[in-house]
Design a protein around this ligand. Structure first.
Ligand code: HSE
Length: 313
């Protein structure tokens, strides 16, 4: 069956998961963009509409266009049709919950389906990571991997890209606050030290190991203990108003733990049930209501599948 149009849900993601800087990530269920991709008689890529964000329409400057171009240049035979994209951004650019990754992952997923699926989801990660290169300068896969594969993922190798899919803690919910302040990804990477103390590195890789073990064992207590970042959070948290208080009070309200989502400014927490996740949301809301900073607050399950097809014809 040949399809000509696909409508997708392109999910938000939490990268780093506290201890796993640039390698760990997970996918959210109820936060994400929608995209429509159509085949066109004319070859090439056209971005026809963008709502919800002020982003470039030129395909070579837009992460969705760049990601599809990376995929097309890998094909042995270029298709004899083109692609037209409509992108409805619900994930605000610069939020730290994988806005560019959602666009890149959705774009390559949709174009791949319309071409008869020459690639599997794992193979699509490297093309989506090229979109990330356009967005932030390096082809980081810690958001695009969970956006495409769902659940929790580990970037075992960045070059060549190798992604491991990890199980989730059953029934896990994320509560995420996006304070609407601008922290450029470049700044939040530039402030990080290029060298770390061996004693901090030891604590960090012990926690990454514990996190992976906790996911495999469905051990929420160990998962909670492992959500610690001794290397990145001490530097970046200074850029996020009330970060320490949000994290502390979220844990007092029942959250398993939390940290900075991606490069920030969003803050994530995880909870064992929806009821606790909503209590945590109320606690965080009260803290940010005391500031003048506008914010979005999300409560979401973990999305186990990644990008989803809403309709195809
Ligand atoms: N891992 C990246 C960072 C962000 O923390 O800078 C997401 O790719």
């Amino acid at each position: 069956m040949k399809f000509t149009e696909i409508k997708l849900f392109a999910p938000a993601t939490i990268a780093n998961i506290a201890c796993g800087f640039d390698v760990m990530g997970c996918c959210l269920e109820s936060v994400g963009d929608t995209m429509v991709i159509r085949k066109t008689d004319d070859k090439g890529i056209r971005i026809k509409a963008i709502t919800g964000g002020s982003l470039p329409f030129e395909p070579e400057k837009n992460v969705a266009g760049v990601a599809i171009m990376a995929m097309l240049s890998d094909l042995k035979r270029e298709p004899d049709f083109g692609f037209e994209l409509e992108i409805n951004k619900k994930i605000k650019p610069g939020s730290g919950i994988g806005s560019s990754a959602a666009s890149a992952a959705g774009a390559v997923f949709g174009a791949n389906e319309l071409m008869g699926r020459p690639y599997n989801r794992h193979e699509l990660v490297k093309f989506a990571a090229e979109g990330e290169r356009a967005a932030c300068g390096s082809p980081i896969a810690d958001n695009v991997a969970p956006a495409l594969l769902g659940g929790f993922t580990l970037v075992q190798s960045a070059d060549p890209i190798k992604i491991l899919e990890l199980p989730s803690i059953s029934g896990l919910y994320a509560t995420v606050i996006h304070p609407q302040i601008e922290i450029k990804t470049s700044l939040s990477r530039d402030i990080l030290p290029q060298q770390v103390a061996l004693k901090d590195a030891v604590k960090q890789w012990a926690n990454v190991g514990a996190l992976v073990h906790a996911l495999h064992e469905n051990d929420s207590a160990l998962f909670a203990e492992s959500l610690q970042d001794h290397i990145v959070e001490p530097h970046r948290s200074k850029l996020i108003p009330r970060f320490d208080e949000v994290k502390k009070k979220a844990i007092e309200a029942g959250a398993l733990g939390g940290g900075i989502s991606g490069s920030g400014p969003s803050i994530f927490t995880f909870s064992k049930t929806l009821q606790i996740a909503e209590k945590v949301a109320n606690t965080i809301e009260k803290i940010y209501d005391e500031t003048t900073i506008p914010f979005h607050l999300y409560v979401s399950r973990i999305n186990e599948t990644g990008v989803k097809i809403l309709s195809i014809k």
